[in-house]
Design a protein. Structure first.
Length: 421
C-alpha cells in the first residue's frame, strides 16, 4: 500500500498563509493557500501549478484564501468550496487587491478566472479528485467555514482548518465526529489561553453597551466584516436591545451574502431579526449622523486599520461619555492593539489620548485551550497530530500536551517539512 504524503507550505509556527499539500503517487491537492498579512503580503512556499490537481478551500479569510489567484496567472485549476465561502472570498480578495495591488502577483482578472473555476461543494457531500476522496464538514469558525476530511491510499486524514466547538449566536460549533483517523492537522491559535464563558460574556457586554447608550453615549464596536459583525448584531437582537444600531463598511455586503445562504447559520430567524433591526449606513451623511447620537456602531476594520471605523474613532474617541468596545483579536502593532495597551489612537493625523472608555470583549471564533484539548479527545483511532497555525510557541505547546496527556504522536512542523501517513 502506498503512503499519503503531507507537506507544510505555510502556517507553521505562525498564524497566516495556511497552505498544505496532500499527495498520493497520482494526485496532489492543496488545502488552502493563503497570505500572511504583514506590511507587505507574505506567501506560502511555491508549488509548481502544473503539479496541482485541485485546491480545497476551507474558509474565506485571506490567511487561507488570499494566494489562490496565483494559480490562475497562466493556468486553470478547480477550486472546491461551498457557495458562501466562494462569495465571501471574492469580497475579501477583491478588497485585498484594491488595498495592496502594489505587492500582489495577481490582479482582478485572475480573481475573476478563479471565480469561474470554483466548484461548489456542500457540507457532507463526497467529491473525488484522482485517487483522493474528500468532503467538507462544518467548522463553526465563520459562516461557511469547513473542516476537510480526506480519504486516500486507505488512510483517513482530517484538516481542522480554523474551528470552534462552542455554539455561538451565529453558528453551530464543530462536532468532530469522524470515526477512526490516521492523521489530524490541527490549528493552535489559542493553545495558551481560555476564552471566557460565552453566556456570561454576552450578558456583561450587553449590560455595558446599554449603560453607555442610556447615558447618552455612542458605542463604537470595531469588528471583522465576516462573522464578528453579524455575531454582535445577533447578540444585541437576542437580548432585545432597544436602541439604534448602525452597520457599516464591508460588513453590509457580507451580511447580504449570508442572507442568501441561511443554511450555514445556526438560527436564521435570529439572524434576520438582527439584520432587519440594524440601520445600514449608506454614505457619509449617515456616518456623520451616527457618530453624534446615542447608538451602537458596528464597523470594520476590527483592528482599526482603515475602514469606516478609522473615521468613527476620530469622532467617538474624543468624548468621555462614549466607548470603544473591541470584540476582535488585536494583532501587536495594529492601531487597535495600541489603543488597548496605551489608550492612544491616531486622530486627525496625530496620536491622541482617547477619552472614551476602551474595553476588550473576547468573542473569539477559534477554540480556546480547553476546546482544543476537548477536540483532541473526541478524535478516535491512533491518529498522529500535526499542529500548525499558532504563534509564539503555541504549536509546540499543543503538540507537547497531545503527546503527554493524550498519549498520541504529535509534531509542530517547520516550513517545508514533509511527512508520510
Amino acid at each position: 500500500m502506498s503512503s499519503l504524503q503531507i507537506r507544510f507550505l505555510g502556517a507553521t509556527h505562525e498564524v497566516g498563509r495556511a497552505a498544505i499539500s496532500v499527495k498520493t503517487e497520482k494526485t496532489q491537492v492543496l488545502l488552502d493557500y493563503g497570505v500572511m498579512l504583514n506590511h507587505e503580503p507574505g506567501f506560502p512556499m511555491h508549488v509548481p501549478p502544473k503539479e496541482v490537481d485541485a485546491i480545497i478551500l476551507g474558509h474565506s479569510h485571506l490567511d487561507h484564501s488570499g494566494a489562490i489567484p496565483i494559480f490562475f496567472i497562466q493556468g486553470k485549476k478547480t477550486v472546491y468550496a461551498n457557495k458562501l465561502t466562494a462569495e465571501l472570498s471574492q469580497l475579501l480578495i477583491s478588497d485585498f487587491i484594491h488595498l495592496s495591488s502594489y505587492y500582489l502577483p495577481y490582479e482582478y482578472l485572475e480573481l475573476r478566472t478563479m471565480m469561474r473555476h470554483i466548484k461548489h461543494l456542500d457540507f457532507g457531500v463526497k467529491e473525488t479528485v484522482g485517487d483522493i476522496t474528500f468532503e467538507l464538514r462544518n467548522a463553526g469558525h465563520i459562516p461557511g467555514s469547513a473542516q476537510v476530511l480526506i480519504e486516500a491510499e486507505g488512510r483517513r486524514l482530517l484538516y481542522t482548518g480554523d474551528f470552534n466547538l462552542i455554539n455561538t449566536r451565529l453558528l453551530e460549533g464543530a462536532k468532530m465526529d469522524y470515526g477512526d483517523l490516521d492523521a489530524v492537522i490541527i490549528e493552535s491559535t489559542y493553545a495558551d489561553e481560555d476564552h471566557p464563558e460565552r453566556s456570561e460574556l454576552e450578558k456583561r457586554f450587553v449590560e455595558e453597551v446599554t449603560e453607555i447608550v442610556e447615558r447618552g453615549g455612542t458605542v463604537l464596536i470595531p469588528a471583522f466584516s465576516i462573522g464578528r459583525s453579524q455575531e454582535i448584531a445577533c447578540i444585541l437582537a437576542a437580548y432585545h436591545f432597544e436602541h439604534p444600531v448602525y452597520l457599516d463598511g464591508m460588513a453590509r455586503e457580507a451580511s447580504r451574502m449570508m442572507m442568501n445562504h441561511m443554511q450555514f447559520l445556526r438560527d436564521p430567524k435570529l439572524f434576520m431579526d438582527a439584520i432587519h433591526s440594524v440601520n445600514w449606513v449608506e454614505g457619509w451623511r449617515d456616518r456623520r449622523k451616527a457618530a453624534k447620537i446615542p447608538c451602537v456602531i458596528i464597523s470594520p476594520a476590527g483592528m482599526l486599520k482603515g475602514g469606516p471605523a478609522a473615521f468613527y474613532i476620530s469622532k467617538v474617541g474624543k468624548k468621555a461619555n462614549n466607548a470603544v468596545f473591541l470584540v476582535s483579536y488585536q494583532i501587536p502593532g495594529t492601531p487597535g492593539r495600541e489603543l488597548l495597551e496605551k489608550g492612544v489612537c491616531v486622530i486627525d493625523g496625530k496620536p491622541r489620548k482617547v477619552k472614551a472608555t476602551v474595553k476588550h470583549f473576547d468573542f473569539s471564533s477559534h477554540c480556546g485551550a480547553k476546546e482544543l484539548r476537548e477536540a483532541v479527545k473526541r478524535i478516535n483511532g491512533k491518529a498522529k497530530f500535526y499542529v500548525i497555525h499558532g504563534a509564539e510557541g503555541n504549536c509546540e505547546l499543543l503538540a507537547k500536551w497531545i503527546e503527554k496527556e493524550a498519549g498520541l504522536e504529535a509534531v509542530a512542523p517547520k516550513p517545508g517539512d514533509t511527512f508520510k501517513v
